[in-house]
Design a protein around this ligand. Sequence first.
Ligand code: XMP
Length: 343
Amino acid sequence: MLPKRYVNKKCIGGQKMAEIRRPDDMARINTPELADAFIEEQVRLIKEQVGDKKVLLALSGGVDSSVVAALLIKAIGQQLVCVHVNHGLLRKGEPEQVIEVFKNQMKANLVYVDATDRFLDKLAGVSDPETKRKIIGGEFIEVFAEEARKLDGVEFLAQGTIWPDILESEQGIKAHHNAGGLPEDLSFELVEPVRILFKDEVRVIGTRLGLPDNMVYRQPFPGPGLGVRCPGAITRDRLEAVRESDAILREEFEKNGLAGKVWQYFTVVPDFKSTGIKDGKRAFEWPCIVRAINTVDVMQVTVENIPYELMCHITDRITHEVPGINRVLYDFTPKPTATVEYE
Ligand code: XMP
């Protein structure tokens, strides 16, 4: 059994959820035994909270929401309705993979919503990072509300909020879209079973729940997706450059044995152009920034030492295969002073 205060006894209602905090002296969940105890307690608490009602889950396919989905499937099975919103800010191939893993393999109750145009239209011309995050978060809530109205008996909304999200929101570093609860006019209660966990603990829980390694150890991906890697006002062409360069980086890291070794890696395409040459002609195009970092708890982050030859190869591929990119830069900055994401 877990110590009493491990347990989210009052996890009913958005307001009370917001009060649940990680105890200062809580032991790190880093053994199968501690993970099993946490799972057992959470399954019991989820059943207690939810009863025979339905729960909606924003299933992005990232580690946090996937682990929450597995916990909820274990606790309440088909009462869970997973909603996968394609907001147009997902990585290449990601929506297809979510459908394959959760709908086809895990037989989850999954609703797929293609809301790409809706999100990108709302984001058009918006350059302030916090406003972008708020638009994306707000639109998510709207989409869920619409899906909920189509279903009977949905009273709960599950979220993959984790402890660093709460801390950084409180410290005013950034407004994580999934921290802070729902607007009052929505009648969902929150279910946040991994709220007091750090990322490394969420992975231990995921493994114990039987999720495949390539899901549990996949790199984290922020809720606002590629939107935070397309700094400033998002345009469809620059967003496509982020998506394509990210796909090349991932492919090269996988081929070269870095995928399982480096904690998080991605590309960013900032909103400025510089002069270059392509096919003997002037090419006034964007740079692509490569970020590759390592960490345990995401509060402190170091930069991966990518072999020089590999960086040259990645640079060659991105500048030749991705329309609109004429340079590749490498971000050497740890956290602090930088955050992992650019917005
Ligand atoms: P930062 O940029 O805060 O990122 O140093 C720390 C980790 O959190 C991820 N991240 C997010 N995850 N919603 C999420 O679910 C978000 O809004 C969000 N912002 C950042 C980031 O990718 C990194 O792993």
